[in-house]
Write a protein that binds this ligand. Structure first.
Ligand code: DON
Length: 308
C-alpha cells in the first residue's frame, strides 16, 4: 500500500519539486497569477486511509477538474442520450480552449466534455432554475463525494475569470448560434466560471478521485454516489482527454485516468485501488502541472499503477 510508505511519498515530492522552475503559473485568469510557483503537495487515498506530503491544507480552485463533476451531474440529470447529443466522445489533439473544430466539424457539436467548448455545453445541461440553484446542486454533489460540507467557490477567482473570459464567451456564442446551447450566454458563463472556481485541497481531490476509481461508491460509507456506468464514462474521458493534447503521452508514461486544471490541480483515479489529489501550480505549455505529472509518473512506476 502506498499509504504505508509515507517517507517514500515525501522524497518523491521533494524530487519532483525541482521541476517547478521549468513551469509557469497560469496568468490568463488574473486572480491565478499570485499562486506560489514552487508549491507541490499530494494526497493519496486508499481503502479508508490517506497519506500525504507537502502542504495539503492549501486550497486551490478546481478549474478544468470541475468538468468531470459537471459531466457526472449532467449525465445523472439528463441521461446519456441527451448529453451525447450535445457533446461528443472523441479526443481533439487541440489546446483546451481551441475553437477550430467547432467550425470545421458539422454540426458544431464540441468534440468532448473535457475541452472548454464541450464543458460549456455540459454545464448548460445542469438542471435547476437560477445560477445559485444549479451551482448549489454541484456543490452538494461535491460535499457528498468528499464528506466536506465546507467546500465552496472562490468569488475573486470566479469574478476574475468571468470578466476576462472572452474566448469562452466566443465559444458560447458560436454554439448558441448553432443550437448546441439554448440558454442565455452570460448566465451560462457565470455558472461555468463559478464552477471552475470551486475550491478544494488535495485531500478533497483524492477522495473524489477514489469514488471515481471505486466504481462510484463513497470512499468511507461505500454507498453509491455516482452510478457505476457514469463512473466508467468519467474514467474513460479522463484517459482519452483528461490531460488535453498531452493525454496520449500521459497514457503511455503514466497510464492512470487523470484530469488536470490550470490552477495546477490534478485528480487521478486508479481503478479499484487509489484516488490521488495533487496541487502544483507551475504549468507546462499545455496547461498541465509539470511537477504533478512527474510525481504521477514515478508513483505509477514504483507502485505499478498503470491500467494498461
Ligand atoms: O475555462 C477556462 O479556461 C478555465 N476555467 C479552465 C481551464 C483549465 O483548467 C484548462 N486546464 N488545464
Amino acid at each position: 500500500m502506498i499509504c504505508n510508505d509515507r517517507e517514500t511519498l515525501r522524497v518523491m515530492v521533494e524530487e519532483a519539486n525541482k521541476l517547478t522552475k521549468h513551469g509557469k503559473v497560469a496568468d490568463y485568469i488574473p486572480a491565478l497569477k499570485t499562486a506560489d510557483r514552487d508549491a507541490l503537495s499530494i494526497a493519496v487515498y486508499e481503502e479508508g486511509t490517506c497519506a500525504s506530503a507537502g502542504d495539503i491544507q492549501e486550497k486551490f480552485t478546481l478549474q478544468s477538474i470541475s468538468k468531470v463533476l459537471s459531466l457526472a451531474l449532467a449525465l445523472m440529470d439528463n441521461g446519456e442520450e441527451e448529453v451525447f447529443s450535445r457533446v461528443g466522445m472523441e479526443p481533439t489533439g487541440d489546446p483546451f480552449n481551441s475553437i477550430i473544430k467547432l467550425e470545421t466539424h458539422s454540426p458544431s457539436k464540441p468534440l468532448n466534455p473535457m475541452i472548454n467548448a464541450g464543458a460549456l455545453s455540459v454545464t448548460s445541461m445542469i438542471h435547476g432554475g437560477s445560477v445559485e440553484e444549479r451551482l448549489g446542486r454541484l456543490l452538494t454533489f461535491i460535499h457528498e463525494l468528499t464528506g466536506n460540507p465546507s467546500i465552496s467557490y472562490n468569488e475573486e477567482v470566479a469574478k476574475s475569470e468571468y470578466e476576462t473570459a472572452d474566448l469562452n464567451r466566443a465559444l458560447v456564442y458560436f454554439m448558441k448560434q448553432h443550437g448546441v446551447i439554448n440558454e442565455n450566454s452570460e448566465t451560462l458563463l457565470e455558472l461555468y466560471t463559478k464552477q471552475c472556481a470551486i475550491e478544494v485541497n488535495c485531500e478533497d481531490l483524492a477522495k473524489i478521485g477514489y469514488v471515481i476509481a471505486n466504481e462510484g461508491l463513497h470512499a468511507e460509507s461505500q454507498r453509491p454516489v455516482i452510478p457505476l456506468h457514469i463512473a466508467r464514462i468519467l474514467k474513460t474521458f479522463m484517459v482519452t482527454c483528461g490531460m488535453y493534447n498531452a493525454s496520449g503521452e500521459f497514457a503511455i508514461r503514466v497510464g492512470i485516468p487523470a484530469k488536470s486544471g490550470v490552477s495546477g490541480g490534478i485528480m487521478a483515479s486508479v481503478p479499484h485501488r487509489v484516488g490521488i489529489g495533487i496541487y502544483g501550480p507551475a504549468l507546462d505549455e499545455k496547461g498541465n502541472s509539470v511537477a504533478g505529472m512527474q510525481l504521477l509518473e514515478v508513483l505509477s512506476q514504483r507502485y505499478d499503477l498503470s491500467i494498461f
